[in-house]
Design a protein around this ligand. Structure first.
Ligand SMILES: [Zn+2]
Length: 443
């Protein structure tokens, strides 16, 4: 009996290829809370980074901040044999397009591209925001350190570039500093347009907005909880696709939701001490963030964020009122927590950038049959494919089967009505694409 168990265990270890990859643990280890603290401090010390603030000073305002971020990416690039393509990407926003744009302004993003060696035109994006604000959204002179909102996301993005630039990836990674967030998501909109014009294939966007606060206004303190927001289906779906969903399902299986599940699963595998909370909505109730403009154009995108917000420390003039100290200042940021959420991004950027592309078309059939048939388009660079399924009420892909290098497979003894299904591509190195929900009906 003992012997059989040992053999079974050995088989399990041997066959369950790529359960984990040591490099992802090394990446988690390499992320530095000290460097994140240093960068958040530098960003907060620009006084204000309001989108409409001064651009000429080298010590105060958004101009100084974006030039410093660009310089920082350039320094990182020097350390990796110029592995980053660093640039500004800018869009002129005209006075009066909304109430928060009171003068013509160049909304300037900072871009650092780490080019993939196999799929240079496929991109995974990690973003943070450059800009900050106080109580009055149009006040562009008052001190607005924006330490958590969103120097934390920006510093995390810079730190991820430092860590991941030590590796070579198959797909390209973009480390992105976006501006104009607080004035109406202008930086993200401009960059999403830019990507569309260039014909870039964007696999996904990880928008990091507030990744440093562990003490919530709800009284909960947690340095392990965090949220992954994703919209259910893309707003760009056609009327025909919407109609099809009524008969074939997919209400909670859009591309952004699959990206959220991908991140959720990797975190549970590689950082089991964390508590990732998948939130089934685009963003917080009635509020917005910089993944939305990408979603608007049909790209997969999620928001990664602390779980317990503190509203006395967001968009507030620095002041003390009724013994509460308001303001988004450095002392409220937990740098170790920001490090953890940066690591969450870094391992998922790496996993996706090492994975083959997802199958483009996935067909499914099995009406009135005791089996489910799946069929998909071959992916060059894939070693094989993995079929996933789950109960219709489950948020996560709970069952899976690796089926090898084939382009169709029949799951016997499973009734199609009672589960949802998907397919991912698996690379030689064991890394997997995002799961694709069937987009075609087959016989
Ligand atoms: Zn904000």
């Amino acid at each position: 009996m003992k012997k059989i168990l040992a053999v079974t265990l050995l088989l399990f270890v041997g066959l369950s290829h790529a359960q984990t990859d040591q490099r992802l643990y090394n990446i988690i280890e390499a992320v530095s809370a000290d460097r994140i603290e240093k960068d958040i401090t530098t960003l907060a010390n620009f006084g204000t980074r309001h989108t409409l603030s001064d651009t000429l000073s080298n010590t105060r305002g958004i101009g100084a901040a974006r030039r410093w971020i660009k310089k920082e990416f350039e320094n990182i690039s020097k350390d990796c044999n110029n592995c980053l393509e660093v640039s500004f990407q800018k869009n002129l926003i005209k006075s009066g397009v909304n109430q928060r744009i009171t003068k013509d302004v160049w909304v300037v993003n900072v871009v650092a591209i780490q080019r993939g060696n196999k799929y240079p035109n496929r991109y995974i994006i990690m973003s943070g925001d450059i800009d900050s604000r106080v109580s009055d959204p149009n006040d562009f002179t008052s001190n607005s350190p924006g330490a958590n909102d969103n120097a934390s996301g920006m510093a995390g993005t810079i730190e991820a570039a430092r860590v991941l630039s030590k590796y070579q990836f198959e797909s390209s990674i973009i480390y992105l500093g976006l501006s104009g967030e607080e004035q109406g998501l202008f930086g993200g909109q401009g960059f999403a347009n830019h990507a569309k014009e260039k014909g870039w294939e964007i696999i996904g966007v990880f928008n990091n907005d507030m990744i440093g606060n562990i003490q919530g206004v709800d009284g909960i303190i947690s340095n392990t909880d965090f949220r992954i927001f994703s919209e259910p289906v893309p707003p760009t779906e056609t009327e025909e696709e919407r109609k099809m969903r009524r008969f074939y399902g997919g209400e909670v299986d859009g591309i952004s939701r699959q990206l959220a599940r991908y991140v959720h699963k990797n975190v549970l595998t590689y950082m089991p001490e964390m508590n990732p909370m998948m939130i089934y909505r685009l963003d917080r109730f009635g509020r917005g963030g910089h993944h939305r403009p990408f979603n608007d154009m049909g790209y997969a995108g999620i928001r990664i964020m602390e779980a317990h917000e503190n509203y006395t420390q967001q968009h507030q003039d620095i002041r003390i009122e009724d013994e509460i100290s308001y303001g988004d200042v450095l002392e409220h940021v937990n740098f170790d927590y920001a490090k953890k959420l940066t690591a969450v991004n870094a391992i998922n950027l790496a996993a996706l950038a090492w994975a083959p592309p997802a199958p483009k078309e996935v067909g499914i059939g099995g009406i009135v049959a005791p089996s489910v048939k799946l069929q998909w388009t071959a992916v060059s660079g894939a070693k094989g494919y993995k079929i996933y399924w789950r109960d219709t009420t489950s948020p996560t892909w709970d069952h899976s089967r690796y089926v090898g290098d084939v382009t169709d497979f029949t799951l016997d003894g499973i009734v199609i009505d009672n589960y949802f299904f998907g397919v991912s591509a698996v690379g030689e190195n064991g890394f997997e694409s995002v799961v694709v929900f069937p987009n075609k009906i087959i016989r």
